[in-house]
Design a protein around this ligand. Structure first.
Ligand SMILES: NC(=O)c1ccc[n+]([C@@H]2O[C@H](COP(=O)([O-])OP(=O)(O)OC[C@H]3O[C@@H](n4cnc5c(N)ncnc54)[C@H](O)[C@@H]3O)[C@@H](O)[C@H]2O)c1
Length: 399
């Protein structure tokens, strides 16, 4: 069992910073790898990593004779496989962000390399650690739904996230980051397959870019627009509300206000949502058949006015409704000997005080703790690379 675990962090952005707030005792950040020099400098100070252990190039890092136990790969999506593969080939355990890969071939390349090196690879699928989603799984396994027949699951992406991440932001172009269903809903697909333990038999998907399309009647930047009630206004989001700004690094000599102003007057995040180069879908429907005869209907709702996930699970005895903060189970009056009359509420639970807590309601911390416990004890992490493959397959097939 390892007493002290030395790690490198590759990609020191939003996600890595979250994971770095919840490293268990005994885990030490020894190296940082980050091409953005402002970010690298800030990271060096914040995490106490000496300049000689900070690399602006992943190639230089992998070419160096560094000694380590594990690596967190939190770089952009398309780099996950190559960075993680190099790390496992050096004999390092890896915690890699989702989505792991853009294709099955790439995924298998990493899986085979990890198996050959005998190291552990965990995937950042933190829904498996959320109290709310863990409870749904528990109810399905031991509760009163009977046999699961159908699951309807919707991922609602609210106006702030949609505009910031998938229209103006870094996940707006298929060519650069892959389809939105893979980047966003691999969490949802993984949740459903983890919940049911079912295999995916077939998948059909269709989507469109219905709302966030070019509109010549609006100015290019929100700062020049008169429509201040627009739900997608960058001025309101970043300057007035000061939200979604954690990725706006403040270089020495500037203030956060200066950085926001620069974005609003010509930056990526100042753009009107009807003048971006986005091409990922904003609406998508996916239908799948799972083993055990389960019908799965998934919906990605990028034009939603709410944020969060809703799930309806229909069983032979009862229906479970999970609406972002509440879980309810209602009898359907199946006629079986112990059945309650149709409409009887069998269970109702309120998670509203928990789901808004930081770090994905504490799930990020549990995921990181599980991974490092797996490393220390040489066991498979709960969200292992092998177990995350079926969800990726579902997303690749959904398109
Ligand atoms: N698990 C989750 O809930 C969750 C949520 C959001 C994002 N993500 C995933 O986490 C990953 C990181 O997302 P983020 O929000 O932190 O993005 P980010 O842009 O804030 O951070 C990514 C960092 O990687 C750096 N980078 C770019 N090229 C690199 C390279 N060649 N080597 C090393 N670093 C490089 C970037 O400069 C940036 O600082 C993405 O794959 C994303 O899909 C996961």
């Amino acid at each position: 069992m390892l007493q002290q675990v030395e790690i490198a962090v590759i990609g020191v952005g939003n996600r890595a910073r979250k994971y770095l707030t919840c490293l268990p005792a005994g885990v030490k950040v020894k190296y940082l790898v980050e091409p953005d020099l402002v970010r690298l400098g800030l990271g060096s100070k914040r995490y106490g990593v000496p300049a000689e252990n900070c690399y602006a190039s992943a190639d230089a890092f992998f070419a160096a004779p560094v000694e380590l136990d594990a690596v967190i790969v939190a770089a952009p999506d398309r780099l996950h496989v190559s960075l993680a593969t190099k790390a496992v080939q050096r004999g390092w355990h890896v915690l890699v962000e989702k989505p792991v890969a853009a294709s099955e071939e790439e995924y298998m390349h990493l899986l085979d390399a990890a198996a050959a090196s005998g190291v552990q690879v965990g995937v950042c699928l933190e829904m498996r650690f959320y109290p709310f989603f863990k409870r749904i799984k528990e109810i399905c396994r031991f509760g009163s739904l009977g046999q699961i027949l159908e699951i309807e699951h919707t991922e609602h992406i609210g106006p702030d996230r949609m505009a910031h991440t998938f229209v103006r932001g870094l996940w707006s172009r298929v060519e650069e980051t892959g389809p939105i269903f893979l980047s966003k809903c691999c969490h949802d697909a993984d949740f459903i397959l983890w919940l049911t333990g079912a295999d995916v038999l077939d998948v059909k998907g269709s989507g469109s870019l219905s709302k966030f399309r070019h509109d010549p009647s609006t100015p290019f930047y929100c700062i020049d627009c008169k429509k201040r009630t627009c739900p997608y206004s960058a001025v309101r989001l970043y300057r007035d509300r000061r939200e979604w700004i954690s990725g706006f690094d403040v270089p020495a000599g500037l203030t956060l206000g200066d950085v926001i102003d620069a974005e609003l007057h010509g930056g990526r995040y100042g753009r009107c949502v009807y003048h971006c180069d986005n091409d990922v879908y904003d609406v998508q429907d996916v239908e799948a058949t799972l083993s055990g005869g389960i019908k799965l209907l998934m919906h990605l709702e990028g034009v939603s006015d709410i944020e969060g996930r809703t799930t309806v699970i229909r069983g032979t005895e009862a229906v479970l409704e999970a609406d972002r903060t509440h879980i309810k189970v209602i009898a359907i009056g199946s006629g079986s000997p112990d059945a309650q009359p149709a409409g009887t509420v069998l269970l109702e639970e309120d998670y509203s005080s928990i789901v808004a807590l930081p770090l994905h309601a504490g799930a990020d911390r549990l995921l990181v703790e599980d991974f490092f416990d797996a490393v220390a004890n040489n066991r498979t992490p709960a969200a292992s690379l092998a177990s995350a493959l079926p969800a990726h397959k579902l997303c690749w097939l959904a398109g």
